[in-house]
Structure formats: C-alpha cells, structure tokens
Ligand binder design. Structure first.
Ligand SMILES: Cc1ncc(COP(=O)(O)O)c(C=O)c1O
Length: 376
C-alpha cells in the first residue's frame, strides 16, 4: 500500500468549468468565475467583500498595504507559521514580534499577546492552525481595546467555525489559501476577505495595479489612472473556474475530512496519550484540515517517519519556526518561545486528503501501533 501525505483535490467537474471559461474566451481576472467564487466565499464567511487573489500570500500583501504598514511598525504573530504570513509585513519594513503558541491547538496564545503590545504595535495576525480557529473572543477584544488591526490568517481554515461564526468573520481582514495542499484548491490561489467597509474601495484599487480602473468600469470616470503603489492581485479566470466546483462542494469535502480525523482519533486514542493528539476546544468546529500526533522527541519522530516510509506511508512535519529561520538569524537573540520550540520538534502530520479511505487510515494507525509496540 502506498499512502501519500496529500493528494490535491480533484472532484471531476473542474474540466467542465474550465471548458466554459475557455469557450467564453475569458482568461484574465474579474470575470464570471472569479465573481461566482467570491460570492460563494462571501456567503460562507459572512464577510463584507471577498477579492480573489493569485495566492494567500498576495492576499496578505494586500492586508499589509491596506493597514498602511511602514518601517517602525510592529506586528504580533506566531512564529509557528508559514513564511507567507510574515513576508508581506517584513517587506513593508515592519518588525515582527513573535508570540508563543498553545500546546493543545498550536494557535497563538491569547494570554501572551497583551504583554507584547507597545506604542509601535499596529496589528495582530491570528493564524488558525490546521482548521481550528484561535480564541477570537479574547483576541478581538484585545485588538479593539488597543486600536490594533486584526488580521486572520485562515489559510488552512475555510469552513471552520468558532462559536458558530465562520473563519474570516472576526478580523478587519482575513485571508484563505487555495494552494494545492488545502481542503479545496486550484494549484495556487487565495482570497482576501474584508470586513471594514471603508477598506473596500482601496482594496479594489490595489488589486488593479494601484489604479482606479474599477471607477472606469463602473462608468464613473472617462479614463482610469495610476493612484498608488501596488501590484496585480487578480486571480485568473482559469484558477477560479477550477476552484468553483470545489467551493460548491466545500461542506461535503470538509465532512469527509472530519470523518477521517475522527477515525484517526478513535484508533490512536488507545495507543497515544490524549495530550499528544489534536485538541478541538469547546465552541470550535474544525474543517478537518490536518491530523497530527506528538512524538516523544525529535529522534523518535525521525524514527517513526522512517518506519512509516518503509511501510509506504508518507508522514511529514512543519513548521520550522520562523524565529529560527535562516532569514531571521541574528535579528532577535532573546526571543523566548518555549512551546513553539517544543512543538516544532515533536509534531508529526499524518496523511490527510479527501480521497483517503478509512482502510488507509486504519492501516496507518496499525503501523503506528506496531512502531510503539516495538519501542516498549
Ligand atoms: C498559515 C499559512 N499562511 C500563509 C500561507 C501561504 O499561502 P499561499 O501558498 O496560498 O500563498 C500558508 C501556506 O500554506 C499557510 O499555511
């Protein structure tokens, strides 16, 4: 049996919608399929406006521009995340202030944010790890009290809920990824969600190379012009046509992943202690993005990866903490993130994708059981 870590989602209908886009001879952004995707996402997340982008990173770049991030500003975020979370703010000249995470969810520790706030703090980025939303009650109130922008990095969390509210509905801004590794995907892709009405028009200018082309398209002006420094942040129609049927089937996809998640949890609860398995806190509804276990230490993780590989199973780990990344060397020597450091060494992600079968989950768990039996 060969079980990869991920198989990018293809439901079968993608080709039909791609053909429609091709037949319409419409390939660039802001077409029928980008609008349809944005509408579905708006409904799903209850955001004020959704703008389809070429990636989640580019949606985060728009966030940094919309919040006018400049040299000297400080942004609080976890170090246990993808470089794509930090890059857009660093490129604007901001300093990143790393916040530690919680051992159970791997999300930013809401109790450790306030001591990090200074006069220079401009925003907090809450990364919803693995489909489990951060404690948004507390984080929202901290940001309100301190007049900070709140940005949700929901790259992995489309369809997740916190106290019945969807990922993307809490922040001033939020982003989602449609990279091939995500629950629904179009190779590369993302969306920017805007919950502040006053940011919408500027976001539309930023998407269009920093021009007021949208006013021209609406017939408000005779010709459009370049109004600010920006980029091209449009998702192409081909990406959107591929993504559209997957978005329509989001609930079905997330339900299946949650079924697999529950099976892993049931099988492994007998072998592995509860505090070494994923936790979904009360009030959180996950989209089943990932399943992981904690190994005893880094050496045991390496051995388990090797053992599973011999049995045809691909298990992987991430993230390398950003505060220890090559790019960050020497920037902050005294950052103390004990939970982040600990988790990065012991977390091991197991295969998780829509077409994974219950039998494959059972087989993977059996091999993990064999590994631990041999150890004892
Ligand atoms: C938390 C997080 N933020 C941002 C990104 C970047 O997303 P993209 O690859 O769509 O640019 C990722 C990518 O996986 C991610 O996991």
């Amino acid at each position: 049996m060969k079980i990869p870590f991920n198989k990018p989602l293809v439901l079968g209908d993608e080709i039909k919608y791609l053909k429609q886009a091709i037949d319409k001879n419409r390939f660039s952004g802001k077409g029928e399929f980008t609008s349809k995707c944005a509408e579905l996402i708006k409904k799903e997340t209850s955001c004020e406006k959704a703008i389809m982008t070429p990636s989640c990173t580019s949606a985060l770049e728009m966030c940094a521009l919309l919040c006018n991030i400049k040299p000297g500003d400080e942004i609080i975020m976890p170090s246990f995340t993808h470089p794509g979370t930090a890059n857009p703010f660093v490129r604007q000249g901001a300093e990143i202030v790393w916040c530690d995470i919680k051992e159970d969810t791997k999300n930013i520790d809401e109790n450790k944010i306030e001591p990090l706030i200074t006069k220079r703090t401009k925003a907090v980025v809450a990364v919803h790890y693995g489909g489990v939303i951060c404690q948004m009650d507390k984080i929202t109130s901290i940001c309100k009290k301190n007049h900070l922008y709140l940005i949700e990095d929901a790259a992995m969390s489309i369809g997740s809920r916190f106290k019945d509210n969807p990922a993307g509905s809490f922040g001033d801004l939020a982003v989602i990824s449609f990279h091939k590794t995500k629950n629904i995907q179009c190779g590369e892709g993302g969306v920017l969600l805007i919950n502040k009405n006053e940011m919408i028009e500027r976001a539309e200018f930023l998407r269009d190379y920093g021009t007021n082309r949208i006013h021209f398209e609406k017939g408000l002006i005779e010709k459009y012009t370049w109004v600010e420094k920006s980029s091209n942040f449009s998702m192409s129609e081909l990406q959107a046509a591929f993504l559209y049927p997957q978005l329509k089937n989001l609930s079905k996809v997330n339900e299946k992943r949650n079924l697999l998640f529950k099976r892993y949890l049931k099988n492994l609860s007998d072998i592995i202690e509860n505090n070494k398995l994923p936790v979904i806190p009360n009030g959180c509804l996950s989209n089943g993005h990932c399943f992981y276990i904690h190994t005893k230490n880094e050496i045991q993780r390496k051995k388990l990866i090797h053992y599973l590989k011999q049995k045809g199973i691909q298990a992987v780990f991430h993230y390398q903490p950003l505060h220890k990344a090559a790019f960050w060397q020497g920037k902050y020597n005294n950052v103390d993130l004990p939970i982040t450091d600990f988790i990065c060494d012991i977390i091991l992600r197991l295969p998780m994708f829509y077409s994974l079968t219950i039998q494959e989950v059972d087989f993977t768990c059996l091999k993990i059981l064999e590994f631990y039996k041999k150890l004892s």
